[in-house]
Design a protein. Structure first.
Length: 395
């Protein structure tokens, strides 16, 4: 999400308690495109497994719905607290929640209940946040303390949300008898950022989860979730696919790609030949040594990646829809394109509109869609699922 002079990258790393198939934490984000606003909610269900997951998912769903409708944060928290069931024996809520609502001006509105405190890292240290604390009276007369605070975000700020499976990892060990704790987590984050100042949200969240897992000797004793929000300079990418409708636009296409300030990908044999001709740069086909169901890639000076067109884009669309970034482990053309796309924030797609008669061949796979529809689907997935800013320009 683009906010004034910085971009917001948001990534999640999550693992279940050992020997559990379902994670009892839930973390969900939503982008309100019309308002240039992003909401993220983390909830930890009591216990583990399916029951905990249902409770946590119910909490995140309520929080997202209320926050998306611009309800006051106090009203949202009160509604959730009055709806959540209470454990009759321990007199504690069946789930926790943290809500982060970032508006178009870069103002973050944060609500916390029973989760480890949100950490905000800025200029080499963690901010001391001025929290407003209120007790909410529940129907059973049990009072619950909820914290509220607002902060104006700046470029290079990082917001870290975790469940207690992270902060309590290592509990009972000689070095960490009371768990990793917030102090241990902060020290680890500070060292990780000092070692790599431009570490991405995805990399940092994964590092934190892996370290917490190591604290528990490789087997989590509780569900563990870490989400990182990173405010930084946007990374840009252009993807050109398809020849322009009019031949006299070929030069325009090549110049747009050549002058673009960011990563450059070409998808399509005809498209790459047009750009090669107009820029007077040869194309070299690279023989793929790894097994792949897609045609080989090519290379050209000044271009980061060149592949075949519609078949590759169709696979990119399918992988984006069905899988998470961490599960995309292949090294084929489609997987490489996905890594390029997910490593960038602002993506420009230059879509040629000339019809390729080969795409009408009845012998091609039934699921094969024409380029325009595939690119629209990729844009929707990148925007809705991965919170990228995507523009399609038709030529």
């Amino acid at each position: 999400m683009q906010i004034k002079n910085f971009y917001i990258e948001i990534e999640l790393s999550q693992e279940s308690k050992a020997n559990q198939n379902v994670c009892g934490d839930a973390c969900e984000s939503r982008k309100i495109k019309e308002e240039d606003r992003i909401i993220t909610v983390l909830s930890d269900g009591l216990g583990s497994g399916i029951k905990a997951n249902i409770l946590a998912t119910m909490t995140t769903s309520m929080a997202l719905q209320f926050t998306a409708k611009n309800n006051p944060v106090e009203r949202t928290a009160e509604f959730i607290m009055n709806t959540l069931p209470i454990d009759s024996q321990r007199k504690i809520s069946y789930s926790t929640f943290t809500i982060v609502n970032i508006d178009c001006f870069g103002e973050a509105h944060i609500v916390e209940f029973d989760n480890p405190p949100v950490l905000i890292f800025r200029n080499g240290s963690f901010l001391n946040l001025n929290k407003k604390k209120e007790f909410i009276a529940r129907p059973d007369n049990i009072k619950a303390m909820v914290s509220y605070y607002n902060i104006k975000l700046q470029k290079e700020d990082r917001i870290i949300l975790v469940s207690d499976g992270i902060t309590q990892s290592g509990m009972g060990k000689i070095k960490t008898p009371f768990g990793w704790s917030n102090d241990g987590l902060q020290n680890f984050i500070q060292q990780a950022i000092n070692n790599k100042p431009d570490i991405s949200a995805q990399q940092l969240s994964h590092l934190i989860t892996e370290r917490a897992k190591a604290n528990d000797s490789g087997l989590f004793k509780d569900d563990a979730t870490c989400q990182v929000i990173y405010c930084r300079t946007p990374r840009k990418l252009v993807l050109a696919s398809g020849p322009p409708y009019y031949d006299n636009y070929d030069r325009h296409l090549a110049e747009r790609v050549e002058s673009f300030d960011g990563k450059k990908i070409i998808c399509g044999g005809t498209t790459s030949k047009i750009i090669s001709r107009e820029l007077n740069r040869p194309i070299e086909v690279i023989i793929n040594t790894e097994p792949s169901d897609l045609p080989p890639i090519s290379k050209m000076d000044g271009i980061d990646f060149i592949t075949e067109g519609i078949l590759t884009l169709g696979k990119v669309s399918g992988l984006l829809e069905k899988q998470k970034p961490a599960t995309i482990t292949g090294n084929g053309p489609a997987e490489k394109i996905i890594r390029f796309l997910l490593s960038c924030d602002s993506i420009l797609i230059l879509a040629g509109t000339q019809v390729n008669n080969a795409h009408q061949d009845p012998n091609l796979p039934v699921e094969l869609e024409i380029r325009r529809n595939v690119l629209k689907k990729i844009r929707a997935l990148l925007e809705e699922k991965y919170f990228k800013t995507v523009e399609i320009e038709y030529l």
